[in-house]
Unconditional design. Structure first.
Length: 303
């Protein structure tokens, strides 16, 4: 009977040593917003991160008001503050929205949501923070002080306006009729408002880089080979970091406004197929889950 040889793992990615520690640390957060040092440190070590890098990152998260710390050393536990929970929950909600739209093949009610604001120069900091938040929510500038989104974002926008104490200079509107430069076609408007081609190119680079990882995992499964943590954890981190670099710039437009096929959908499918297959091949059970909350738990909630 011919011998079989386990497939070789994909080689180290160029620049993998530059993986942001912050992404790893936040990727270890539980649903309740806790990060446990005894879970984090072994994962960080397997991913090539030093204890000092991890400790420095934890100090920054505490100083930024995102987490409160109790205990020391491997017994330390970080608990997300209200601000920290909002950051973690926003990441999970974006993941849910993206995969829900992918699964449905649609997500738009053909309504445009508009936000207009006229914040005085003396409140420049609030104005800049509000504008940044609109962009984080996937909005695009129609013109100065006027932003648009196809998503029902008014509740989030109002909450941010209240937080910045600028509600009295913010106007909200919803319309099924948006015209720019004489054009009303939704897809053409989307192309002019959002950097769709740039986002697509980022996803295409992700697909080209990580497609071989799925091939490797499928070969492991075919040969009934387990996946060691020394391979799983760095691979999961590298893939997660590369995906987030694409995902954070994606306004998550509804499928009705995007070209087809859409590279973002293909990238998300590659990510989740690779992750589920890797988890099924991982040696042992009960290990700490890198990106468990942001991917696995989020997707279970929409399954």
């Amino acid at each position: 009977m011919p011998e079989t040889t386990a497939p070789a793992a994909p080689g180290p990615e160029h620049g993998q040593g530059l993986v942001p520690t912050r992404v790893l640390v936040l990727g270890m957060a539980h649903q309740d917003g806790t990060i446990r040092a005894d879970e984090l440190l072994p994962v960080a070590e397997a991913c090539g991160q030093t204890p000092e890098q991890v400790r420095s990152c934890l100090r920054r998260l505490v100083s930024e008001g995102l987490f409160a710390r109790s205990g020391t050393g491997r017994g330390a536990v970080l608990r997300a503050t209200e601000l920290g929970m909002s950051v973690l929950e926003a990441r999970v909600e974006r993941t849910r929205l993206a995969y829900a739209q992918d699964a449905a093949g649609r997500g738009w009610d053909r309504q445009w949501r508009l936000v207009a604001f006229a914040v005085p120069e003396r409140d420049r900091a609030a104005r800049d923070a509000f504008r940044d938040r609109l962009i984080e929510l996937g909005g695009a500038a129609v013109q100065g002080g006027l932003y648009v989104s196809p998503h029902p974002w008014h509740r989030d926008v109002s909450a941010e306006a209240d937080r910045l104490d600028i509600r009295d200079v913010v106007t909200l509107a919803t319309s099924d009729d948006l015209e720019m430069g004489g054009d009303r076609d939704p897809r053409r408007l989307a192309r002019s408002l959002w950097p769709i081609e740039d986002v697509s190119r980022r996803y295409e680079r992700f697909l080209a880089r990580f497609d071989r990882h799925l091939t490797y995992l499928e070969a492991l499964k075919a040969q009934h080979e387990p996946l060691a943590d020394a391979t799983f954890l760095p691979g999961a981190l590298a893939m997660g970091v590369a995906f987030e670099a694409c995902f954070e710039t994606d306004p998550l437009l509804p499928p009705e406004l995007l070209p087809r096929p859409w590279a973002g959908r293909a990238a998300r499918e590659l990510l989740i197929r690779s992750r589920r297959l890797a988890l099924s091949l991982r040696r042992g059970q009960g290990r700490a889950g890198l990106f468990r909350t942001v991917y696995d738990d989020a997707l279970e909630s929409i399954a």
